[in-house]
Design a protein around this ligand. Sequence first.
Ligand SMILES: [Ca+2]
Ligand SMILES: [Ca+2]
Length: 339
Amino acid sequence: MKRFTALVVGVASAAALLVSSAFANHPVLVEGNCLGTGTAQRTAVPPGTCGDYDGDGRIGSAEDTDEADRVFGTINAALGPGNIGSPAVSTGVNQNGSVTIVASGVFPEVVTITAANGNVTLQAAPGVEANIDAVVQGDAGTTPRQSQPGIIVNAPANRYVVVRNITSRNWTSGIQVLGNSRVALESVRAENNVNYGIEIADNARVTIAKSEVHGTGFRTNPVTGNFPTPNVPSPGKGIEFDDSSSGTVFLTTVSGSFGAGISNMTGRRFNVCVSNVNVFDNSPNFESVLTTCPNGSGTGPTPQSSAKKANAKPSAKKAPAKKAPAKKTSRKAPSKRGK
Ligand SMILES: [Ca+2]
Ligand SMILES: [Ca+2]
């Protein structure tokens, strides 16, 4: 019996070690790249050139798989387990840690953040232009990528995600936040996306600051269509909060949207608060959005058209801090999300 107990303790200790490693929350780096001749993405360059931050001559997928150096060439590889060698050594953040892009580059990949194992930060270093772009001229993946969102965040409510200093271009939605995600978008730029610059749905809670959303719903493309004529974007909004989501928008510019610049479709007037923003040439600039932020939020359903009246109701000040209800009533048509 004693031996059995010792065995159980031993197994439990090993399990504890495995569990503790899942809470590492360590940082990794992603190198940049540059656009060269040909259609294939380059993986070998003269050492130290073209985004080769660690000077080994490898970029892109070759940097993802070279050794357990915690330096990657693609964003999704950095976010993943990053298993290298046999037996495998895991060096990626495994959806638990910070991914910093350290040299400028174009990243033609749908970036998926689940924060399944811990908090996740995705950022470019100051002065680095990290362009997550559906379009790379001549690349075979360009066509299917344009019918997908660029950055998808779908995380549990007990994790926090930060996206900082990242550009997302030419997708259906530049950034899509779903589920129970809790997210800070800081200094992000969403340009030339068709359906949404930034799309927030489900129960997500998102704060957006110091960001830019431009040209949503307008794009000419020989494959996915010519928007907004003859194809009409669905709906071509700069920033939208939908379903039971909530959030704030501060010190942000939204311009040139086919639809609304900043839109609150939650049906709850205090779910979305906007302050000190620059909105211009959207249609309209604001849709059911409060531009004076009361204390508290989520005080109950109200017709979107009456949102302006909310500013005059002092009772809103006593509203408790919002806890988004888990209840979900409807999902949008798939065509709005990915087609
Ligand atoms: Ca390298
Ligand atoms: Ca590497």
